[in-house]
Write a protein that binds this ligand. Structure first.
Ligand code: ATP
Length: 358
């Protein structure tokens, strides 16, 4: 039997709830599939851990995670721990420590769900946003001086390296090439940001020469928001910087129906380190602890993780079960229903069990 070692980190808020739900669904999937086993170890790292230990994860946290095949992650963020501690202490520490430079965010209107866009025929919104995940605006370079004084100064530098841009560009071109439309939109802001963004444009042109079969469109990030809303069918794969893609992918998730359904993969495409899979939503403290979180994003995330592990048929089977449930319900409140996390989880488990019998 093929066995994959998985590290599960719920983190904070609804992250803990949706990862627990995802693990239930993965248990059912292993029973239904019969061809593989997930050996899951759960870690209680996050803001509660921080309150007890003064750190978001132990000092040897990365060394502990190193030998896992993949990391199944929930969300971090809480009301009383500053974001820069919770985010940088856990999620970004893992992404950067394991050089997970490609952040992949599919957005698609699942069966039975509606886009808030008035004119969005079925199939029109089927995108994958590739976010540069290791440098750019989130490289943490900068500082503050003269704190509290009128002349206080803060500098936040965006860092773009040829290596970093080249590798994310190649990843995005490869992904575009693997999809039927072979279409890539390169997003920058090179009209206003004259250095890093102009280098992005240049490298996109250079790398594009190796992919003559991929159609490339160049778009400024502000114009891209308009295109996403008005011409969703004109988009296939998108590549953008850490900040730009962060914003665009939240918009994409909302346009696809709800932030509660969207998944993301933080990949080390060279597979030197474990990759990390998480729903794109945060810890959502307004609904945490109430059993109301939509677990679909965490389930889709699990399907992406299985795909990465080479369990392609199980990944497809899970996706089919998810789509069966989005099509006929139950649905959580963010999708206009009144179901609870547990109801949706049970329905996906039933769909998987039913699929095993058929
Ligand atoms: P972050 O700042 O880390 O992005 P957040 O906790 O501020 O996270 P998001 O997760 O981005 O918020 O979500 C915004 C709102 O969308 C939440 O407050 C919640 O109401 C809703 N939401 C997010 N995820 C879900 C979900 N899985 N199910 C239902 N509602 C959700």
């Amino acid at each position: 039997m093929r066995t994959h070692r998985i590290a599960a980190i719920g983190g904070d808020g609804i992250g803990i709830e949706v990862v627990a739900a995802g693990l239930r669904v993965l248990d059912e999937l292993q029973r239904a599939d019969g061809g593989f086993r997930l050996d899951v170890t759960s870690f209680d790292w996050g803001s509660d851990y921080y309150r007890r230990h003064g750190v978001m994860m132990p000092a040897d946290g990365l060394a502990t995670l190193r030998d896992f095949a993949a990391i199944y992650f929930g969300a971090v963020g809480s009301l009383d721990v500053p974001d820069h501690i919770s985010l940088w202490g856990l999620r970004i520490a893992i992404c950067q420590g394991f050089d997970q430079y490609a952040n992949v965010r599919p957005a698609r209107v699942l069966p039975g769900l509606a886009s808030p866009l008035r004119d969005c025929p079925p199939g029109a919104l089927d995108w994958v946003i590739v976010r540069e995940n290791s440098e750019g605006e989130y490289s943490g370079i900068g500082g503050r001086a003269h704190r509290g004084l009128p002349e206080e100064t803060a500098v936040e530098s965006a860092v773009f390296t040829r290596t970093g841009v080249d590798r994310i560009m190649r990843f995005a071109f490869d992904l575009a090439r693997s999809r039927p439309r072979k279409h890539l939109t390169v997003v920058t802001k090179s009209n206003a940001q004259r250095h890093g963004m102009v280098m992005w444009d240049e490298i996109a042109r250079e790398v594009g020469r190796d992919y003559p079969d991929v159609t490339v469109v160049k778009e400024l990030v502000d114009a891209m928001t308009v295109r996403m809303v008005l011409r969703p069918e004109a988009i296939d794969v998108v590549v953008a910087t850490n900040l730009h893609a962060d914003i665009l992918s939240d918009l994409a998730a909302a346009l696809a129906g709800s932030i509660g359904i969207a998944p993301t993969a933080n990949l080390d495409p060279q597979r030197r380190y474990p990759s990390m899979f998480e729903p794109i939503h945060g810890s959502a403290f307004d609904i945490a602890g109430k059993g109301l979180a939509n677990p679909i994003g965490a389930f889709w995330t699990a399907s992406m993780m299985l795909e990465h592990l080479g369990e392609t048929s199980a990944a497809k089977r899970l996706m089919a079960a998810i789509e069966e449930v989005t099509a006929r319900g139950p649905r959580t409140r963010d999708l206009g229903g009144d179901a609870r996390t547990d109801d949706v989880t049970a329905a996906v488990c039933d769909a998987l069990a039913g699929a095993a019998v058929r």
